[in-house]
Design a protein around this ligand. Structure first.
Ligand code: ME8
Length: 512
């Protein structure tokens, strides 16, 4: 079986889970579920990033040890994921023993390759971003006067320390070649260009150890140094798979690392260069999505306006949240979250379109045939057009999912749903019943049931709970007890004459 490895960033434990964190994780879950249904052997990883000065300081501010803070936040994440129907196969913690061994092994490989040397570091440092800035960079970003971080605008401080360096500059040309030779390595295209411009402007060697704090993985053989948090964090994608016990773990290289645009540089520059130095294969693809604002405002800790998953779950089913986040904004672009937009989309796409097609089709099937499908009669052009649209949807969704274009996949499914509703109007089963055209009525009801079933199958990765319920109504418990794959359940005509469908039970009642 072909394998598929998808990851989320590992989230910092100095912050509570919010809308941004669930967004990436839901997207990864939809890919994982889709690929499982496509018959692939999936490994879906998420986890937490526990080390670093930021976490140490957050713990100090609360008067607890960093590991205690980490434990608390880990519990939040681990109880949140099932509530959002997240099916991660593993949860990596960077404080774990398996991870520490992975990071130290990575360090040794870099060292053995001659990619690490000891030097002396002096520069401007932004603690919240864990990023060093040169005077030139601060100048370029107009932050020199006020000594502000160009990213987060908070104060940077001058730091001097003995440090190990990673020879990032030595990999600049190879990285450029690689990105140029692999057009799909970084998505979306605008982000790929951004990375290319950055690398072309020249890479400096990277300071990769710290002596100013202790909460991290010690440098092997020089324990007063702690390994830079990004070297530590990025290695999670390998340590979770069993590296270094397995030199080249089963699921490596990753098929896609999903990340937010804020951490593109780390994933598109540092990580590939580290892997090149360590002589390990590079991931197939990185995809950087955009950022959400909430009701028109940037979420920030100081404003206290971060949207908490609990507030969302109080008002909406997990499936509706999953659907909305991936349908509302093209994956890769920034977007604004608002409760009014969510309600509007729920009513239009789910209540009026999907829900309506399901309810009216099953209601008619029950009214005219007691819920039992009869042998369809001769196909007419309208029937063939509907089937072609359903089959086109299956192909198009597969192509969109390979490019993480969730909004296009969902939009394509909506096309079939609207087609189905039009098909009802155009074929007016109520008139066929009145006219006693039993053969044609059988055909129309059959085509509606199959269309609904195949729509539900495509929507399954996005709304697993609602779509299980929908499929239960159409294809019944027996078929539902099997493993649902596109190969076994995706063909037109799986439902046989004599098959009993249930009475409609509204899945998406209108919200006023
Ligand atoms: O960066 N909109 O962790 P983190 C959309 N530990 N997504 C958002 C968002 C927003 N407003 N805010 C955050 C780290 N995110 C590192 C990662 S990986 C080896 C180490 C999402 O807790 C987005 O995916 O700050 C972003 O990349 C991630 O949260 C950052 O999470």
């Amino acid at each position: 079986m072909e394998s598929y490895y998808v990851t989320t960033p590992i989230y910092y434990v100095n912050d509570e889970p919010h809308l941004g964190h669930i967004y990436t994780t839901i997207a990864a879950d939809v890919l994982a579920r889709y690929q499982r249904m496509a018959g692939r052997d999936v490994f879906f990883l998420t986890g937490v990033d526990e080390h670093g000065q930021k976490v140490q300081q957050a713990a100090e501010a609360r008067g607890i040890e960093p590991i205690e803070l980490a434990d608390q936040v880990v519990e939040r994440y681990q109880s949140l994921w099932p509530e959002l129907a997240i099916t991660n196969d593993d949860f990596i913690r960077t404080s774990s023993d398996r991870h520490r061994r992975g990071v130290q092994a990575m360090w040794r490989r870099l060292e053995n390759a001659g990619a690490i040397y000891k030097g002396f570091y002096e520069d401007w440092y932004c603690v919240p971003c864990e990023t060093y800035w040169t005077e030139t960079q601060l100048n370029d970003a107009d932050c020199w006067e006020e000594k502000h971080c160009p990213d987060c605008k908070r104060a940077v401080e001058k730091v001097q320390e003995e440090s190990y360096f990673f020879r990032l500059s030595a990999y600049q040309d190879r990285l450029l070649e690689y990105i140029n030779a692999n057009p799909d390595f970084i998505g979306p295209a605008s982000r790929r260009n951004e990375v290319l411009r950055f690398v072309e402007s020249g890479l400096n060697d990277l300071s990769v150890s710290r002596t100013t704090f202790s909460w991290g993985v010690p440098v092997p053989g020089d324990e007063k140094h702690v390994i830079y948090v990004w070297i530590d964090a990025l290695t999670n994608y390998l340590s979770a798979l069993g590296f270094p016990d397995q030199e080249l773990p089963k699921y490596w290289p990753a098929d896609v690392h999903l990340i937010g645009k804020d951490i593109l540089r780390f994933h598109a520059i540092y990580w590939p260069c580290m892997l090149m130095a360590a002589d390990l294969p590079l991931p197939q693809r990185l995809f950087a999505h955009g950022w959400w604002t909430v009701e028109g405002e940037k979420m920030s800790k100081s404003k206290g306006n971060a949207l908490r998953p609990a507030d969302l779950l109080e008002q909406y089913d997990a499936d509706v949240i999953r659907y909305f986040l991936l349908r509302e904004v093209p994956f890769g672009q920034d977007g604004d979250f608002s409760f009014s937009a969510m309600k509007q989309r729920y009513n239009s796409d789910l209540a009026n379109d999907v829900g309506n097609l399901l309810n009216r089709s099953l209601a008619m099937l029950n009214k005219y045939r007691d819920g039992v499908l009869a042998e369809p009669g001769d196909e007419q052009a309208v029937d063939r057009t509907l089937i072609a649209d359903v089959e086109g949807m299956q192909r198009d969704v597969a192509a969109h999912m390979n490019k993480q274009a969730f909004h296009l996949a969902l939009e394509r499914i909506s096309v079939v749903v609207r087609h189905g509703n039009r098909y009802v109007e155009e074929n007016a089963p109520w008139s066929l019943a009145k006219a006693g055209d039993e053969a044609r009525l059988n055909t129309v009801l059959y085509h509606l049931a199959e269309t609904l079933r195949l729509v539900a199958l495509q929507l399954m990765p996005f709304m697993p709970g609602k779509m299980s319920a929908m499929l239960n109504q159409i294809q019944g418990a027996e078929l539902m007890s099997q493993t649902l794959t596109f190969a076994s359940h995706g063909g037109w005509g799986l439902l046989k004459p004599g098959h009993q469908c249930e009475k409609p039970q509204p899945l998406f009642p209108r919200m006023d």
